[in-house]
Ligand binder design. Structure first.
Ligand code: 13P
Length: 261
């Protein structure tokens, strides 16, 4: 049976009480179905300041939680940063790293993302490694080279060991927040390229068992089915459409239907 990840990135769109409400509603709508559909992992990534409120709503339910970023050092004089251990303590199972908004507004580089991935793996959290090209990179024919370059810079030599898992999120930067996703065929060809690149870096059984590749960029309840029917697309990372619990849970339901075959 296929296994899917449907992960919400709430970005900086909610404050604590709104995050609590959104988490509560997401849990209410997904609880019974999630318990019946273990092939679909549903997670929400709230802003740091709402982690406690969200944890109270999701604990003991089939909804997991992730951070939106982390720092690579475990402790020290790093004003404003958040350690992986504190995310773990707060109840996180996942953490996004390298999101294009952080690359664009905060100067996050592949080198930084690489260190964050290591810190997450060492602490037992699942990194959700965001990569993807800009419109300019795509239009100038550099799409594949950019994506392969990001993957290698972040993951080469950064092998998940034991039961560690890594999720790669392919998010073409130019469709994020536009309401215009790329076609499932387009996304699938990039996911295939990502899998082929991973195969060049790690043994096949590591890639098969420890890596998943999910799609992000204007994914919603209407288009998710087209993406998930592609065998190389293992889930979705969802921004705007996840700010409606109903819409987001419809996406998880679509994943559950496809997982059942
Ligand atoms: P949208 O779904 O709003 O395009 O956002 C995607 C995203 O950035 C998820 O990380």
């Amino acid at each position: 049976m296929r296994r899917f990840f449907v992960i919400a990135n709430w970005k900086m769109q909610v404050e604590a009480e709104e995050a609590r409400e959104l988490a509560r509603e997401t849990v209410r709508l997904w609880a019974a179905q999630g318990a019946a559909n273990p092939a679909v992992t549903v997670a929400v990534c709230p802003p740091f300041a709402s982690l406690d409120e969200v944890r109270e709503e999701i604990s003991g339910t089939p909804v997991s939680m992730g951070g939106q970023d982390c720092f690579w050092e475990s402790r020290g004089a790093y004003t404003g940063e958040v350690s992986v251990m504190s995310l773990k303590d707060a109840g996180c199972r996942f953490c996004l790293v390298g999101h294009s908004e952080r690359r664009e507004y905060l100067g996050e580089t592949d080198g930084m993302v690489r260190k964050k991935v290591r810190a997450l793996l060492d602490t037992g959290l699942i990194p959700v490694v965001c990569i993807g090209e800009t419109r300019e990179e795509r239009e100038s024919g550099r799409r594949d080279a950019v994506v392969i370059g990001q993957l290698k810079a972040i993951l080469e030599g950064n092998r998940p060991i034991g039961s560690q898992e890594v999720i790669v999120a392919y998010e073409p930067r130019w469709v994020i927040g536009t309401g215009q996703a790329v076609s499932p065929e387009d996304a699938a060809s990039m996911h295939q390229l990502i899998y082929d690149t991973l195969e060049g870096m790690f043994p096949s059984d590591t890639v098969e068992r420890q890596f998943s590749v999910i799609y992000g960029g204007s994914a919603d309840a209407e288009n998710i089915g087209g993406f998930l029917r592609m065998p190389v697309i293992d889930g979705c990372l969802v921004g705007k459409a996840a700010l409606s619990a109903k819409g987001f849970v419809r996406m998880a339901e679509a994943a559950a239907d496809i997982a059942k075959g």
